[in-house]
Structure formats: structure tokens, C-alpha cells
Design a protein around this ligand. Structure first.
Ligand SMILES: [Zn+2]
Length: 140
């Protein structure tokens, strides 16, 4: 899979980042298995804990429009190195994405990027199946 278009959209979406406090812009582009792309930027808040990352913005946009199956996400930030997703975003991705096949792409630009699976980034994730009680597991 070529990720050039996905990387281009993450870089473009970074322009919309709302970052009056950190001035650190991040853009993300999420690819669904059906081939649609949902973008997101980071959105800061004066109450810092209300800040939302670019990756979660993209996931929440997609899920709120009925998407549940994803193939890859690109992350591009205002730094000069590869930008990995934070722990909270990894957990949100673990809710919807296959740990073995979902690709997380840290892109400096369209020519220079790293790819890791979600399972490599968040091994032994707390996943929806962990919420099943022992009783549910025995009867199913
Ligand atoms: Zn994050």
C-alpha cells in the first residue's frame, strides 16, 4: 500500500491545528478499510486536559459518521523527527483497530516515514474483550 495521499492529507490538515499554547501543530489522516480518509488536527484548550490530539480527532470524526474498520493512520507533526502517537491515542486506536494489521505511519514527509503496527506500539492492550466477565466467558 502506498501512503503518499494519506501523508499529504495529514500534512495539509496540520494547517488547521488550534495550538495557541504549545504552537506545536499535528495532523493525522485515517484510512478506512473501505478506502475513505478522515483527517484530524490537534485542538488545544485553556483547560489543558480538554485538549484533543490529531489522531483522536480523526478517529472520532470517522466513528461519528459510522465507520468502524480502519487500515492505517498517518501522523505528521511540527517537529523534525518521527512523531509517535501518545498513550491515550494508542488506547483509542486499540478500541477499533486490529493490533496485527493496523499500520501507524510516523511521517516526516512523503519520502521519509516509519511504519509500525498498533500491536508493536501498544502490546497487551486493554481491549473490549477484556471487559467480558468470567461468567460471560464461560457461557459464550
Ligand atoms: Zn494523542
Amino acid at each position: 500500500m502506498e501512503y503518499q495521499e494519506l501523508i499529504a492529507q495529514a500534512v495539509k490538515t496540520k494547517e488547521f491545528a488550534y495550538v495557541p499554547y504549545s504552537n506545536f501543530r499535528v495532523g493525522a489522516a485515517l484510512l478506512t478499510t473501505s478506502g475513505r480518509i478522515y483527517t484530524g488536527c490537534n485542538i488545544e484548550n485553556a483547560g489543558f486536559s480538554a485538549t484533543n490530539c490529531a489522531e483522536r480527532t480523526a478517529v472520532f470524526k470517522a466513528v461519528s459518521e459510522g465507520e468502524r474498520e480502519f487500515e492505517a493512520i498517518v501522523i505528521n507533526g511540527d517537529n523534525h523527527d518521527y512523531l509517535p502517537p501518545c498513550g491515550v491515542c494508542r488506547q483509542v486506536l486499540a478500541e477499533f483497530c486490529d493490533p496485527d494489521t493496523f499500520q501507524v505511519i510516523f511521517a516526516k514527509n512523503q519520502q521519509d516515514y516509519r511504519i509500525m503496527t498498533l500491536g508493536e506500539l501498544l502490546p497487551e492492550a486493554f481491549r473490549p474483550e477484556n471487559l467480558k466477565s468470567k461468567k460471560q466467558t464461560e457461557t459464550s
